[in-house]
Design a protein around this ligand. Structure first.
Ligand code: FES
Length: 255
């Protein structure tokens, strides 16, 4: 996701300038996780995206310390890390609530009620885009954001909590969901694993599945999504095969 980009050079400079001693924030366990992430890639700099997720799993956002930690671990400059961290909206520049609620307001969802859902939740929480109701990180705190297409148009209107899907929502259903989150409950997503919290989701995005079985449990495929494949199967439709003699561009040399 790369929408609503309003980060200024001044903010980026501030992010890189505020970091101090990191050992109190990123202890031995986090450094061990970082080593494991870096080991997955032939070039350490390739580990930056999961490293930023690891930082968010610790602090709930990408802080100045987080920028410096990534830079040190990956032998990058803080400017290089900041440039990446401020490009993607999944990297938060201020502390996130216990839960991140992302309401799709892109065309399909907006037409079918996404705008109304976003308005309803904003009124209830008393916040706007990228703002948090409650104290960030504390139980029941909610960060609200409107999101571009969440790649689930066949279930529109959808919202996500910590990137897990709640399909075919109405404003009333969405409101009940958010009220439950504020009470400390974790209603089951429509698809996918049980709901965690923002930091737990970030740990998974860093590539750590501490309880793999429960992480992969839960329904994934949905009738709407596989309907096209089913129809094609029933009717014997297949995609044209790839010719064997297509000349492919040469692979870039590995550095
Ligand atoms: S427009 Fe909302 S998921 Fe695609």
């Amino acid at each position: 996701m790369t929408e609503q980009f309003e980060f200024t050079t001044t903010e980026a400079t501030k992010l890189t300038a505020e970091a101090g001693d990191l050992s109190g924030v990123f202890g031995e366990d986090v450094r061990a996780d970082a080593t494991q992430i870096i080991g997955r890639y032939p070039e350490s700099r390739s580990a930056l995206l999961p490293m930023l997720h690891l930082v968010q799993s610790v602090q709930g956002y990408v802080s100045a310390e987080g920028i410096q930690f990534c830079a040190e671990q990956l032998a990058l400059s803080t400017a290089e890390v900041s440039a990446v961290a401020t490009f993607y909206t999944m990297y938060k520049r201020k502390p996130c609530g216990q839960h991140l609620v992302s309401v799709c307001t892109n065309t399909m969802c907006a037409t079918l009620g996404g705008d109304a859902i976003y308005r309803k939740l904003g009124e209830h929480l008393g916040v706007g885009h990228d703002e948090t109701a409650g104290t960030p990180g504390e139980e029941g705190s909610i960060t609200l954001e409107h999101a571009e297409c969440l790649a689930a148009c066949d279930f529109a209107p959808v919202l996500q909590v910590n990137y897990e899907y709640y399909d075919n929502q109405s404003p009333e259903q969405a409101l009940e969901l958010v009220k439950a989150l504020q009470r400390g409950e974790k209603p089951a997503p429509t698809r996918g694993p049980a709901l965690s919290d923002f930091r737990g989701a970030e740990r998974q995005l860093a590539g750590f599945f501490d309880d793999l079985e429960s992480t992969v449990a839960g329904p994934s495929a949905a009738v709407e999504t596989v309907r096209g494949a089913q129809l094609a199967h029933e009717r014997g439709w297949i995609a044209p095969s790839m010719p064997d003699d297509v000349e492919l561009p040469p692979l870039p040399e590995k550095k």
